[in-house]
Design a protein around this ligand. Sequence first.
Ligand SMILES: C[S@@+](CC[C@H](N)C(=O)[O-])C[C@H]1O[C@@H](n2cnc3c(N)ncnc32)[C@H](O)[C@@H]1O
Length: 227
Amino acid sequence: MLVEFILKASTARTDSSFTILDPSSSGRMDLVSRCILATFKQINGFRRDVNFYTILEGPSNPPICIKFIGRELERIPSDELETTFLIKELLEKKQSLPGVYLIKESFEELTTRLAKKKKIFLLNEKGIEFSNIFPMADKDLVFVLGDHIGLNEDKKRFLANLGAIKLRIGPHSYLTSHCIIFIQEEIDFYSTRRTCPSNKVEGTEKGEEEGRMRGGSVNMEKGSQLR
Ligand SMILES: C[S@@+](CC[C@H](N)C(=O)[O-])C[C@H]1O[C@@H](n2cnc3c(N)ncnc32)[C@H](O)[C@@H]1O
């Protein structure tokens, strides 16, 4: 199973004329950097079974897609500032690094390409409960997320026409990077249970553990309607 995230960064600059210490000058590249770290960073090293795409749509040369391929990465920056610095350098030199590619591809082109082979989900506060994905969680999954502004109605309609399903992760509006961490954690938990069904969380009963999957078996039945 491969998990992929797409972040539509509607204001993030597509040239290098910004200061890494000033998020307002970069069109919120800090948000993009946080999402990259949320996607890959772990306590000891980084995740390889995941890809991250961001479509930068700010001035002066939109759109630009930056693609991070987990299996090809040699390292992940240690913090937000280093990540923003890496993006600035990429935009300046227009040279790819191992596992990091800069491509001229729009949100529509990227999602259309991925939707031909994979199931696309839009993270949206008005979607169905996240646990509905578990019947499909052995397949390659693509999650689309908005930035601080979110997706406009045109983009939501575009994704709906590609067959994307809206998923919500909770009753509030969360930070995009928070949503990525939530998704990774839920899929990790699902994968651990699938590969080792007798796996028990210390100090909990099986029922409690299932409850942890926010809806457990009830929603897995509901999810079959999505196939
Ligand atoms: C800070 S929110 C953006 C809020 C923005 N006003 C909007 O309407 O999308 C950033 C992104 O995180 C995702 N998100 C935030 N809360 C969510 C929730 N409860 N369920 C699903 N996705 C959520 C959405 O993709 C959203 O575009």
